[in-house]
Ligand binder design. Structure first.
Ligand code: DLL
Length: 436
């Protein structure tokens, strides 16, 4: 059993006290051990954690941003001597310097414990055989889940991402029961299972621990059907340690935060002022126990909501809603805010079209942005009838219109023509700055 009753069912008041004590310690620790926070906190007039009388006093701490991470690359946020750092991870970003995560042995132990707790809450057990189809390497996902699941006692097959046929072979030959992957890769694996020539009964999958990118309920339903799994959502980011920040339990009603390790807040994404419980805004995270690279009030840019009600599973930790999108990903089309996930929900629930789509943004001559939605057909037969194709296109347009209030250009493309992803999907093609 991997359940920390004390931490996972702690009454709210006691958890607030624990977090306050850890926050005070963290402020002192950051001020005294990193040049970056010594300056940042000092400039804000904060030289000691003693001044923090309640958790909401956290609002006096300035935010830490991705730019801060880049400016201090590679070790400017390190709080211990390098010899205490036993692991380095980095973000998957493709432009500029990556953002890094630096771990002491204590951080690795705590990280594995968090991932183990969340994975257990999701249903992972010691007799499970897990195939990890996240890319191993600098990315936090693979090794994070690897050590967490190993702690529960699961058998791990570190397949890494790619080589889809081999993935399926390993699943069949070892009777793999659990899959760790991005939702996009899980979609791809689901198609591959159907085309593998082996009956679904040759696959013993039952549980999917997915994460690292968003996944609408509609997309999740497809994955569950194609792979025969119960799928849970898992969240985290390199800057605060990787996966293990929050994850769904078997009830799937929000992602439980590991609150002894993280203090989450929601702030208004325009004013950056803290907002009330239950309101939607940008998630900000403070690490409460990291030694190698502690981070105070990191602006994740992820849009979500927090729910402090205890969960039916018995855990009392705050839960966050599934991430609605990143504020960076929000498109403004003819004055309307559009998150790609809203479009995904519409497309994935329709017949004849698959879970594969692409959103192309262009700047029109009136300086307004236009959006084209390219959707892949699952059913090549529709292609033979112009009437049916047009009918389908019109239905998609009108469904998108009813959800977004926008009339978007919809293009249908042949089966298997859009790119498949083995890691995080890149669905938005931004041509706004492209030469005509
Ligand atoms: O994706 C860490 C991770 C690995 C989480 C494996 C879960 C499982 P990064 O590569 O630094 O770290 O990307 C972090 O990915 O700010 C979100 O925008 C997005 N993200 C991560 N998990 C989810 C999720 C890992 N469950 C960035 N839902 C974050 C939606 C997610 N978005």
């Amino acid at each position: 059993m991997y359940f920390n009753k004390e931490m996972e069912t702690m009454p709210r008041k006691k958890m607030d006290e624990l977090q306050l004590e850890r926050l005070r310690y963290m402020v002192d620790y950051c001020y005294n051990n990193t040049a970056f926070y010594h300056k940042k906190l000092g400039d804000a007039g904060i030289t000691s954690g003693d001044k923090f009388k309640c958790l909401s006093d956290i609002k006096y701490i300035p935010y830490t941003t991705k730019e801060d991470m880049r400016d201090t690359y590679p070790t400017g946020m390190m709080a211990t001597p390098m010899k205490k750092i036993v692991r380095v991870h980095a973000s998957s970003g493709t432009t500029g310097k990556p953002t890094v995560g630096l771990y002491t042995q204590g951080d690795l132990d705590q990280w594995a414990d968090q991932v183990a707790r969340l994975s257990y809450a999701a249903g992972a057990r010691e007799d499970d055989i897990f195939q990890i189809a996240f890319g191993y390497g600098l990315f936090t996902g693979a090794l994070g889940l690897h050590y967490g699941l190993e702690k529960i006692g699961c058998t791990i097959i570190p397949a890494s991402s790619g080589n889809t046929e081999r993935q399926l072979m390993l699943m069949r030959d070892f009777g793999v029961t659990g899959l760790v992957a991005t939702p996009s890769y899980a979609v791809y694996l689901g198609e591959a299972v159907a085309e593998s020539g082996y009956p679904i009964s040759d696959y013993k999958l039952r549980l999917g621990l997915f994460g690292s990118e968003g996944c609408t309920p509609e997309m999740r339903a497809r994955i569950e059907e194609n792979l025969g799994v119960f799928a849970t959502d898992n969240y985290g980011l390199t800057e605060v340690g990787g996966p293990g920040a929050s994850g769904e339990c078997e009830r799937r009603s929000g992602l439980h935060f590991c609150e002894d390790a993280y203090l989450p807040e929601i702030v208004d994404r325009n004013t950056l002022e803290p907002i009330g419980a239950g309101e939607t805004g940008e998630l900000v995270i403070t690490t409460l126990a990291r030694e190698g690279m502690p981070v105070l009030r990191y602006r994740t840019k992820d849009i979500t909501r927090l729910n402090y009600e205890p969960c039916e599973c018995g855990r009392t930790g705050v839960r966050m809603d599934k991430v609605m999108g990143r504020s960076d990903d929000m498109l403004i089309i003819k004055g309307v805010n559009v998150f790609p996930s809203q479009i995904e929900s519409v497309l994935v629930s329709m017949e004849h079209i698959g879970p594969h789509y692409q959103l192309i943004v262009r700047r029109g001559s009136n300086f307004m942005d236009n959006l084209e939605v390219k959707v892949e057909l699952t059913d090549a037969e529709v292609l033979s009838s112009y009437g049916e194709l047009e009918q389908l296109r019109t239905t998609i347009r009108s469904k998108l219109h009813s959800v977004l209030g926008l009339d978007l250009k919809v293009t249908l493309v042949e089966p298997k023509t859009l790119e498949r992803f083995q890691g995080k999907a890149k669905r938005v093609l931004d041509l706004r700055n492209a030469a005509d």
